[in-house]
Design a protein around this ligand. Structure first.
Ligand SMILES: Nc1ncnc2c1ncn2[C@@H]1O[C@H](COP(=O)(O)OP(=O)(O)OP(=O)(O)O)[C@@H](O)[C@H]1O
Ligand SMILES: [Mg+2]
Length: 419
């Protein structure tokens, strides 16, 4: 199938060479029975690729099932995938078919394969090599014909090195790897996608299509899009709902972008001589960045002042700030442990460096404040904050917390968090 037709059929927008290459590999491998490992950051479109692989295969009339390995509790994943015999474990009432049995002839998409427990990995390897599996609690092996497509947004080779992922399974799965590029590496696609999402939104909601002016458009291209296409879609929709006017200018646009970290201009700011330094030509965008940075710094300082005042302490930080001791060239740590920020107060970065404002030692006195230091309380609080920040989306909250989705589920239960 030619690429244009493929894109139209699956609603894929973009024309960057890396995306086109990934699509052409998918197109070629789809009709075979080979296992495919789809890699790429969160939100790049891995799920659509799993659909392409199934729909363009002779299995297309047979079942397709997507299983999120990170969301199934460790104790039940074997039974979900391979089934169980009656009474094989506590709670295993009736005999049950697993997906590898019920999807016979079709495709299983194993999403977040890096989260699969080692025991399940061994069973998967066996089914990939011999087409055979054994139900939990049984000793009889059964045959099945299932094509496996797996996806991950973690570096599986690193997981192999840490002993969390079987090396033999890694090689078995990645017979044909498909790497989906991150959005920041697909510069030419960013605007195309943004337009598409704005047009879709306006059609769905019968609203005018919003448009970015040139400076806002430049900012759109400079942002590093850590959440990739998913994040771009969310922001396009937010702007479509909330923009004051049909034309969106840079100063309004930038308010929709969290943690404005740019990837393409590593030396955006040079505070040492007060100059912007980016080879010229983009001064307005840099001015916008500067506004944003200053705005965030001001907010952090205000938060800090408020905090000190609310504690009723003599506040060395505030006086240092007022007397001008804190200035350029000193380190500023907005996320000091006892200082609270809402999720929008961002760590503004210049390249990869934190913005430099005040010595950490200025904060030391604040750290003696009597607060609960129970690890459990802190953990619960962090989980609640992460859930709130991601509007209850556990997957994103888990990512942010640096734990697996399964661990998050367990902790939510453990702490009785009702989200
Ligand atoms: N090239 C594209 N054109 C149009 N929409 C896209 C494109 N790539 C991704 N999307 C959309 O972006 C969103 C995120 O994609 P998807 O769910 O496939 O991401 P993912 O790679 O599976 O992320 P995760 O690792 O977080 O599961 C979906 O709404 C998808 O339709
Ligand atoms: Mg996905």
């Amino acid at each position: 199938m030619d690429l244009q037709t493929l894109k139209q059929r699956f609603g894929i927008i973009g024309n960057s060479p890396a995306l086109n290459y990934a699509l052409s590999v998918a197109d070629r491998v789809a009709p075979t029975n080979l296992s495919v490992l789809i890699t790429g950051e969160s939100g790049v479109g891995k799920e659509i690729f799993s659909q392409i692989l199934h729909q363009l295969s002779p299995r297309k009339h047979n079942p397709f099932i997507a299983v999120n390995c990170g969301a199934i509790p460790e104790g039940t994943i074997d039974s979900e995938l391979f089934g169980h015999e009656k009474g094989s474990f506590t709670g295993a009432g009736e005999k049950r078919k697993g997906y590898f049995e019920s999807v016979d002839g079709g495709t299983i998409f194993l999403d977040e394969i890096g989260e699969m427990p080692l025991g399940t990995q061994a069973r998967l390897l066996r089914v990939l090599e011999s087409g055979e599996f054994i139900k939990v609690g049984s000793s009889v092996s059964q045959k099945t014909d299932v094509r496996v497509v797996a996806a991950t947004n973690v570096n599986l080779m690193e997981s192999v090195q840490k002993g969390k992922f079987r090396e033999d399974l890694y090689y078995r799965l990645s017979t044909v790897p498909i790497e989906i590029p991150s959005l920041r590496d697909r510069g030419e696609d960013i605007y195309l996608l943004f337009r598409k999402f704005c047009i879709d939104f306006s059609e769905k909601n019968k609203t005018p299509i919003i448009q970015l002016d040139d400076d806002a458009r430049r900012l759109l291209l400079k942002y590093n899009w850590p959440g990739n296409v998913r994040q771009l879609k969310n922001i396009a929709e937010q702007i479509s709902v909330l923009a004051k006017d049909k034309i969106v200018y840079a100063d309004e646009f930038i308010r929709f972008i969290p943690d404005f970290t740019v990837s393409k201009t590593p030396a955006v700011m040079d505070f040492s001589d007060g100059n912007t330094n980016n080879g010229g030509g983009n001064n307005f965008s840099e001015r916008e960045l500067l506004y944003k940075m200053l705005f965030d710094i001001k907010k952090d300082v205000n938060d800090l002042k408020q905090y000190m005042l609310s504690m009723g302490t003599t506040a060395p930080l505030v006086s240092a700030y007022n007397s001008g001791d804190i200035g350029q060239g000193q380190a500023y740590y907005p996320s000091s442990p006892v200082i609270r920020h809402d999720e929008h107060s961002s760590t503004v970065q210049s390249g990869s460096q934190p913005i430099i404002l005040a010595e950490k030692s200025h904060y030391q006195s604040a750290e003696t404040i009597d607060e609960s230091l129970s690890i459990e309380d802190k953990e619960k609080e962090l989980i609640l904050r992460a859930l709130k920040k991601h509007k209850g989306k556990r997957k994103n909250a888990a990512n942010d917390l640096g734990i697996s989705e399964r661990t998050l589920y367990r902790k939510i239960k453990e702490y009785g968090i009702d989200d």
